[in-house]
Structures are given as C-alpha cells and as structure tokens.
Design a protein around this ligand. Structure first.
Ligand SMILES: [Zn+2]
Length: 145
C-alpha cells in the first residue's frame, strides 16, 4: 500500500515538526484531549473576532500523524470565518469516514485522504479535529468572547 509510505512522507513529517503552528495564545478559547491508545495529546487555542478565526495554535505531543494533523488544522483555520470552519469540519468528517469530500477545502490535509483504511491511525488523525469540534460547539453556544 503506497499511501502508507505517504503517511510518513516528508510533507507529514515537516508539518509535525513545524513550530509556526505551535504555541499558546493569551485569552483564546482552549480545549484539550488525548488519545490513550497512542499517548497523543493535543490542546488547541482559537481566538475568534467578528465571526472569524483571528488566530489559532496548538500544543501537543504524540505520534507524527496526530501532530501533523493538528498543524495542518491550524494552517487551515487561521483567518477563516466560522462558516468556513464548519465546512472544513464537515469535509474532514467525510474524509475520515471514507466518503467523497471537497478536496479544495482541505488543502494539504488530503495527504491523509486514505486514513479511514487504518482505524488505529484514524484516532490519531481525528484527535485535533474532535477538539476543534468542541471549540466550535462552545462558540455556537456561548459566543466567541
Ligand atoms: Zn497517535
């Protein structure tokens, strides 16, 4: 399976190591979660202003898949409207379920387009996205301030 190699491709490894998507943001909405089967931990910081993601970052440890997925998440949502974030979340859900999705909405995340074929890795891939979903739900319930 060629895509298994792709899972650990240079793209994935370089995202996992890229410090531009990491760090804390003061006064941001934050949520964290962990994947016990793999030891992955992801904490997201999202700052929303006027219905748009003004800034976002993450802190985390764990496997390459979980860290690269979080880094690409941050890259994708920075500057996006909440509406666009919702579309991204919906497409990630489709991709992770092995269904058709809009590749244009997911950018470099398509490197994981076959993730549904390996359930153990799916958990790693989805960790950051499930945290983002919780943040999104909080914003819908409580507002962004
Ligand atoms: Zn993992």
């Amino acid at each position: 399976m060629d895509w298994l190699k792709e899972l650990y491709s240079e793209v994935v490894v370089s995202y996992a190591r890229d410090s531009r998507y990491r760090g804390r943001i003061e006064n941001a909405i934050r949520e964290k979660d962990m994947n016990e089967s793999c030891g992955d931990e992801i904490e997201l910081y999202v700052k929303v202003k006027d219905g748009r993601v003004e800034d976002a970052s993450f802190e985390g440890v764990g496997c390459i898949v979980s860290q690269a997925s979080a880094a690409i998440l941050i890259k994708l949502i920075r500057g996006k409207t909440l509406e666009e974030v919702k579309e991204i979340l919906e497409n990630v859900g489709k991709m992770a379920a092995g269904r058709d999705f809009d590749e244009e909405k997911l950018g470099d995340l398509v490197v994981f387009s076959n993730i549904s074929e390996i359930p153990q890795r799916s958990k790693c891939f989805l960790l950051a996205w499930s945290v983002l979903e919780r943040i999104y739900d909080r914003i819908e319930r409580e507002g962004s301030s």
